[in-house]
Design a protein around this ligand. Structure first.
Ligand SMILES: [Fe+2]
Ligand SMILES: [Fe+2]
Length: 291
């Protein structure tokens, strides 16, 4: 049942009968009013025209975060065991559609890095491990002295915190599963309405990299962007799943899971944005980051 249809029959959609109950529309508005929804990092990226090693460092942190959001872990099965077959199916469909997105993100990141450096810094854009190793080296060089930077993984504490929210998908308890629903809703709204449009803005629309959605190497963005993109479908499915589960008992857990995500990704964008803005841009020609 679509959320709009569901609104006709489910008490969660009738604030006049349950005045203090939040509706799915209230939850959506909560995401839209959070600072992360309008975070300026991608506008700054387009304006700063970051040096190649800055581009690589940002992509390292972003790709590590994104890869943590793809596996379903115990989440779909936990929903089914709670008797929530419809919700489980919706979440499983989102997880299935994420297959192969890791290699495609690496290809796009390497392609943009090559365009930024003006040379084949990433010689083989289909070699995910090699591209990701180059991105990590950029991160180590640019961010390695920041407090709490973990050299083994190349992750900032803010990135690890954002990833930790998704590691909760390995916990099949009822409370964790309800929190995971809220996290999924936050993730899919932000992905569809901020992250992917933000990447479109700084990577394509800015003209900085002479990249278009017709480039094979940009297939990741083509696959995710707009009303025909993956994130639009994910947002619809996550909204429907949460709408089906939202009631007086589940609401506090769903809200908590949503806030876990929104607060952690906002801190994540903040630290990357600060590094981006502080990186400036030298007057000389683009700097090679090596392979
Ligand atoms: Fe994806
Ligand atoms: Fe998504």
């Amino acid at each position: 049942m679509a959320v709009e249809d569901h609104a006709l029959t489910h008490p969660a959609y009738c604030p006049s009968t349950l005045a203090d109950m939040r509706t799915i529309y209230d939850l959506r508005d909560r995401v839209r009013s959070h600072p992360c929804y309008t975070h300026p990092i991608f506008e700054h990226w387009a304006r700063v025209q970051p040096r190649p090693e800055v581009v690589g460092a940002l992509f390292h942190q972003i790709q590590k975060f994104c890869s943590s959001t793809r596996p379903g872990g115990a989440f779909p099965d936990a929903l089914r065991e709670m008797g929530m077959d419809g919700e489980s199916h919706l979440i499983a469909e989102i997880v299935e559609s994420e297959e192969d997105h890791g290699p495609e993100l690496a290809t796009m990141a390497g392609y943009i890095l090559n365009r930024a450096s003006g040379e084949s810094t990433c010689a083989d854009l289909t070699d995910q491990a090699a591209v990701e190793a180059t991105l990590k080296k950029c991160s180590d060089d640019l961010l390695g002295t920041l407090p709490g930077y973990q050299h083994e993984t190349g992750l900032l504490p803010q990135t690890r915190n954002a990833i930790a929210v998704f590691e909760r998908r390995n916990d099949a308890s009822r409370q964790a599963t309800l929190r995971n629903l809220g996290t999924a809703l936050g993730l899919e709204i932000i992905s569809n309405r901020h992250l992917i449009p933000g990447e479109m803005h700084c990577l394509v629309e800015s003209g900085l990299y002479k990249a278009t959605l017709d480039d094979d190497e940009m297939h990741y963005l083509l696959e995710h962007f707009g009303e025909t993109g993956a994130e639009h479908q994910h947002e619809k499915k996550a909204t429907e799943a949460v709408g089906l589960m939202l009631n007086e008992e589940t609401e506090p857990f769903i809200l908590a899971g949503m806030d876990d995500f929104l607060d952690s990704i906002n801190a994540f964008w903040d630290v990357l944005d600060t590094a981006l803005l502080q990186s400036g841009r030298p007057a000389e020609s683009p700097v090679s980051v090596g392979a």
